[in-house]
Ligand binder design. Sequence first.
Ligand SMILES: Cc1ncc(C[n+]2csc(CCOP(=O)(O)OP(=O)(O)O)c2C)c(N)n1
Length: 794
Amino acid sequence: MTVELTRDELAALSDSQLAAVDAWWRACNYLTVGQIYLKDNPLLDRPLTVEDIKPRLLGHWGTSPGLSFIYAHVSRLIALAGQPAIYLAGPGHGGPALVAACWLEGTYSETYPEVGQDHAGMLRLFRQFSTPGGIPSHVSVTTPGSIHEGGELGYVLAHAFGSVMDNPDLLTIAVVGDGEAETGPLEGSWKGISFLNPVRDGAVLPILHLNDAKISGPTVLGRKPPSEVRSLFEGHGYRVIEVEGSDVPGMHRRFAAALAMAYEMIMDLQGSARAAGGIETRPTWPMIILRSPKGWTGPTQVDGTQVVGTWRAHQVPLSGVRENHDHLRLLEEWMRSYRPEELFDANGAPVDLVREANPPAELRMSASPHANGGLLSSPLDLPDFRDFGITVTSPGSTRAESTRQLGAMLAEIYRRNPDRFRLFSPDETNSNRLGAVFGASDRGFMERIEPDDVQISHDGRVMEVLSEHNCHGWLEGYTLTGRHGLFATYEAFAMVSASQTVQHSKWLEDAARLAWRARIPSFNVLLTSTAWRNEHNGFSHQGPGLIQIMLTQRGEIARIYFPPDANCLLSVANHCLRSTSYVNLIVIDKQPQLQWLTIDEAAEHCRRGASVWEWAGNDDPGHEPDIVLACAGDIVTMEIVAAAQLLRERLPQLRTRVVNVVDLMTLIRPEDHPHGMGEMQFAELFTESVEVIFAFHGFPGAVHQVIHGRPDADRFHVRGYIEQGTTTTPFDMTALNRVTRYHLVKDAITRARRIPAGAGELLAWCEEKLREHSRYVVEHLEDLPEIRNWRLPA
Ligand SMILES: Cc1ncc(C[n+]2csc(CCOP(=O)(O)OP(=O)(O)O)c2C)c(N)n1
C-alpha cells in the first residue's frame, strides 16, 4: 500500500534520515571492499596484514559505490512511501555492492543462515565472494532480490520493462551503466515506455549511472556535452533529472530530491491515468542521470596516478596489496575511512543507525517476492488444446497453416488470463499466422494511433516491437516475476537474441540448484518462418542455429520440439505452457503444410516424443525393416513420408519403417538427458543395427550429437540444412540442401541391408527426377505440379 506524501516530505532529507542513509551507504561500501579484499580480520580489530588478504583479488569496485548510493536512497523512498520496488543493476559486475545491501537488510542471513549478521557471518560474507565454493562476482542467481545477473551488459531496461508489465503496483529501478548504454540492445530498450500502459502496468525508473568510464577508457555518453545527452533522452520521451557531484552530504540531498521528483511524476501520471481509466497521449516518464565519480570514496591516487573518477577504478584499484606495503596501508586507510566502528557493533552486527535506513522487512528490495517470481506465480488457465485441433481424415491428405490453430488457442489463453499471459513478437504476429490473438487483445502501443492502424491500442497486451532483444528481454522480465508468455520469431532471427537465450538458460540452471528460488514459468520460443520456407526471401532468412545452441545447454533446462503438424503443435504448446523453469524451443513453419495426425493421435505421439508412423512405412510388425526412415521437422517429415511412399510404390519388397521425432531430446541417452528414452524403446524405434536415414530440420550434426552413445550410432545417416539458401521455390530449397524425397530414396537404396531387384532403375529414376526438377523450376519458375500438389494417397 503506497502512502500519500508531499513532494517536500520526500525530497527533504531530515538530519536523522541523512545520518542513517549515509551510515548505511558507508557500511555498504565497507562491506563491498571487504568482500573484494579480505579473508580475515573483517572488522579491522587489528592492523591489516598480508595474511588477511585474499590470494586472488576478484571483483569490481568502480561501479559499486554508485550502485549502493542509489540503493540507499531508493530504500528511503520505499520506507517513506510504502512503495514495493525491485532493483536491477545493469552493471551487474557490481555484485559485492548488492550482496552487501542484502546482508545489511538482513535478507542474506535469512536466506543463508550461515552468513549471519555477526563477526563470523561477516567473515564468511567476505571469504565466499568470488572464491571457489563461494558465490560469483556478479549480481547472480544466488543474490536474493536479483532477477538480473548483469554479466552480459545490455538487457537491464528490457528486463525492467518486462517485470512491470501487468504489475501495476511495482516500481522497478533500473540502473544503466554508461558503458552498457553503448550496447545495441540497451540503446534500443529506451523505447520500452512506448509500450508501457500507466493504468495496467507498473513503472520503470531508469537511472543512468554516468561515471564516465568503462573498463579501460571513456564512455560515449560520459564525454558528450550534457545538453546532447539530455536531448537524446528527451527525444526518447523522458523527463531528464540530473544529479552531479561527489560532495557529501550535498549529493545525498540532491539525489533524494531528484528521486522524490521522479517518484512524484510517476505517481502523478499513474494516478491521473488510473483515475481517467486511460491515457490520451504517452506520458513523459522520468529518468535520472547520476554523474558521480567511478570508484567514488575509494583511493584517490595510487602510486601517483589518479584512480577515482577514472577507468582505473573499474576493478580492483589497489591490486598489489599482498606485495606492496604502501598499498596495504592505503587499503586499511580506505576501509577505516568508512568508520566501521560507528557502523557495526563489537560482534559485527549493523548498529541501529544503519538498520534505520532499511525499509520495513516486507518491502526490502532484497526480499521482494517479485524478484523470486515463482512465489507469486500461478499456473495458466489453459483451455483444452483439443478444442483447437483440426480434422484429419487420413494422413497427408489436407493442408493447413498449423500456426493458425495455435493463434486461436493463444487468443483463448489471453481471454482466460487477462493479467498474466503475453505474446511477444518482432512485428510478426500476423505474418506468423498467429493473428487470431487479436480477437482477444490488440497490440499494445502508447504512441500516437492513427485511423489506418489496425489491432493497435493503448489497452492492447500483444507485444510487438521490431527488436528481438526487447521481445526476449521483456518476456524474461515477465517470467522472472512469475508470469507466462511466448516469444514468437522468425527462426533465423532468433539468433539475434541467441545470447540472451543462453544467458537465461544459465540463470535457470543456477536457480534450479537453490531451494529458495521458486520455479518460474518456462521461457517458450516459437521458431517459425523456418529455413525451409524462406525460399521467398534472400539468403539471410535461413538459419536454424538456435537449435544447435540449445543443444549445448544442460538437460535440466533445454527442450527442443519439432511438431510436424497443427495437432502436434497444439499438444506441444499445451505442454510447454504448463512447464516451469525450462527454455522450450518449438520449431514449425507457418505456411500451409500437410497434416498427418488426428488430435488424439497427436497427443499420444507427443507424449511419447517419437513413434513409428506405421501407415507411412511397410515393415511387418515383429520383423526388422531393411531401412529406417526417420525425421524431425515439418518439411523434412513430408519428404520422408513421400520417400517412403515412392519406395512402397516402386520397390515394394523393400521393408521400410518411418519414425517421426517430436521431442529431439528423447534421442539422447537417458543418463545424459531427463527426456532420453530407454534403450529398449530406442531399439523398438530404430532397431539396434538397421541403417537409419534421418531427415532433420536443422544442421545434420545436431542429430549425430544427440544419438551419441546409442547402439551403433554410425548407422545414422543424416540429411539436413547445409547452409544453402536463396530466393527460389520451396522444393528447390530441399533440393539445394539435398534432402528431397529423391535424395532420401537414393540413400535408402544405398544403405538398405537388402537390395531388391529394381533398385538400380529406381536410383536412376530419382536422379532423372532431380534433373527434371532443376530444368522445370528454371523454366516455369515454380515447382513441378506433382511436387506442389503432392498428397499421400489415402
Ligand atoms: C555485452 C558485454 N560486453 C562486454 C562486457 C565486458 N565488460 C564488463 S564491465 C564493462 C564496462 C562497463 O561499463 P559501465 O556499463 O559504464 O559500468 P561501470 O563503469 O559502472 O562499471 C565491460 C565492457 C560485458 N560484460 N558485456
